[in-house]
Design a protein around this ligand. Structure first.
Ligand SMILES: Cc1cc2nc3c(=O)[nH]c(=O)nc-3n(C[C@H](O)[C@H](O)[C@H](O)COP(=O)(O)OP(=O)(O)OC[C@H]3O[C@@H](n4cnc5c(N)ncnc54)[C@H](O)[C@@H]3O)c2cc1C
Ligand code: FES
Ligand code: FES
Length: 471
């Protein structure tokens, strides 16, 4: 499963991105974090001729808090928002929801705006946009326009974003005193897309409840303030939704979850409103994405051919990054996956390839210190980054790192296929958060599938390594 050929343009400015999108028309698509687009390219469900990478546009890197709303620019990664200290107080719903958006390994690359643009019916961020009555700020070469969240989603993965347009930012209203928030979802395991997700915002006048995973896009209902009226209103709402059967759940089950979880979440938001004295009036400082989001590397790596609209530029490009502390230069076509460059081009075969759509975790490496899937990252996206693979863990030949030694001691591997990816995720967690709780370690492991060892010994090894690293 590899992408078809396309030309890659790393946009240096909004005008650059919008101009290229305008020129290439329906042959072009935006690349943000790539955590949804790359699986589609790999499976050839999407075959754009031109891919416009917007992650290095300096004007699209900020989270801005004007006291009323958090405005999150197009290139802000989910992890940058998740890690902001004041987020819990400035917008508790976003704070509660972000850990449910995929796995740490996908949030390290995926953007907030990309999730809204992708508009998966089960995705959590579109749900929050709807619950909070947020706004999508669209920009094309010819115009700028704002669309309310309510009017943005048009169907399954269909939105009001037109050809040639980009979501330049999304705005989420900040928390107001006396307002309560709650979120809950049912999924098969942490990090999976929700079977049903509910987000509620309670005020004295009533409760706004948004529901995802049921119909073709998230839907909202405004409930009265009296909880006695919830059951009837939710029953009518559940029947109104065009619920779907799929391999995970029946439409009947989904409707039942809307009634049950919807009610629980609405009540919880009301309880939260009653105790809501904790809202911070202090705006978040403007923050950008992490350093690597802002690399001044603005080089255009390939352009669509000027002959004929959208002809694919298939030329190889020289890409430079640091692999395990060595600066490397590689030649690669734009469609080449990072994992293939690492394994086949550079011989770091400890990184494995499994599913090639971001699910199994076998290909996990660290990009700028964060665990990330190398099968859903293009090699051209790695330009200027620092990459570490499992080969970098051992302090010297013949010696294992603390984490590796604990894996051996606790029998945390059998065939070893999943192990390098798991080690890279745990290494990143234990070094950035030495006091990570057991639940946080479990959440990190939820981004990996181990087919033979079982997770109990892996947890034991992780906890033992954490203890030794602390000591
Ligand atoms: C294993 C796995 C599990 C996941 N689980 C979840 C989950 O539980 N919940 C969830 O919500 N998501 C989940 N995701 C998806 C993930 O969160 C993506 O990050 C997100 O959906 C897309 O963001 P992105 O920045 O990666 O966008 P990309 O993949 O780069 O783009 C996605 C789509 O949006 C378009 N696009 C991106 N940015 C813009 C923009 N600014 N303007 C216009 N169009 C744009 C692209 O052209 C593309 O069509 C999962 C992904 C994986 C691989
Ligand atoms: S997640 Fe990359 S190979 Fe499975
Ligand atoms: S050790 Fe075999 S898949 Fe995990």
């Amino acid at each position: 499963m590899k992408p078809a050929r396309f030309a890659y343009v790393r946009a240096a400015s909004p005008d650059d991105a919008l101009h290229t999108l305008h020129q290439a028309g329906s042959d072009a698509c935006v690349l943000a974090g790539g955590q949804s687009l790359l699986p589609m390219l790999n499976m050839r469900l999407a075959r754009p001729l031109v891919v416009v990478d917007i992650m290095h546009v300096p004007e699209w890197q900020r989270i801005n808090d004007d006291g009323h709303a958090l405005r999150i620019d197009a290139s802000v990664r989910q992890v940058s928002l998740e890690r902001h200290r004041d987020l819990e107080h400035r917008q508790p719903l976003l704070h509660a929801v972000l850990p449910f958006v995929g796995h740490a390994q996908t949030r390290s690359r995926g953007t907030v705006c990309g999730s809204i643009a992708h508009a998966d019916p089960s995705a959590e961020l579109p749900l929050v946009l709807l619950a909070l009555r947020g706004t999508v700020h669209l920009r094309s070469r010819a115009r700028r326009r704002d669309v309310r969240g309510e009017a943005f989603f048009a169907g399954t993965m269909a939105t009001a974003c037109a050809e040639g347009e980009v979501i330049a930012a999304v705005s989420f209203p900040t928390a107001r005193p006396g307002t309560g928030y709650a979120f809950r979802e049912v999924a098969r395991r942490p990090g999976d897309f929700a079977i049903v997700a509910c987000a509620a915002v309670a005020e004295t006048t009533g409760v706004r409840l948004a529901v995802g995973g049921v119909a073709e896009h998230p839907r909202a209902i405004d409930l009265p303030a009296d909880p006695a009226a919830f059951a009837d209103a939710l029953d009518a709402f559940a029947w109104e939704l065009d619920a779907r059967d799929d391999m995970h759940a029946t439409a009947w089950y989904r409707r039942e979850l809307v009634r049950q979880i919807g009610r629980d979440v609405a009540l919880k938001a009301q309880a939260d409103a009653a105790s809501a004295t904790k809202i911070s009036a202090r705006p978040l400082r403007g923050v950008g994405g992490k350093k690597s989001d802002q690399l001044p590397s603005r080089r255009v790596l390939s352009r669509p051919s000027s002959k004929g609209k959208g002809s694919p530029g298939t030329t190889s490009h020289t890409i430079s990054f640091t692999l395990n502390n060595h600066v490397v230069f590689v030649e690669a076509e734009p469609r080449t996956l990072l994992v293939d460059v690492i394994r086949h081009g550079l011989g770091a075969t400890g990184t494995h390839v499994g599913c090639e759509h971001g699910v199994c975790g076998a290909c996990t490496v660290q990009i700028d210190g964060q665990p990330a899937r190398s099968c859903i990252t293009l090699a051209v996206q790695a330009e200027g980054t620092e990459i570490r693979t499992v080969e970098s863990l051992a302090p010297e030949p013949g010696r294992l790192s603390v984490l590796q030694a604990c894996f051996r001691e606790h029998h945390a591997l059998q065939c070893g296929f999943c192990t390098p990816g798991i080690l890279m995720s745990l290494d990143a967690l234990l070094h950035t958060r030495p006091d990570a709780t057991e639940n946080e370690i479990r959440a990190m492991l939820s981004g990996h599938l181990c087919r033979c060892t079982g997770y109990a010994p892996i947890m034991r090894a992780a906890l033992a390594a954490q203890q030794q690293l602390r000591d």
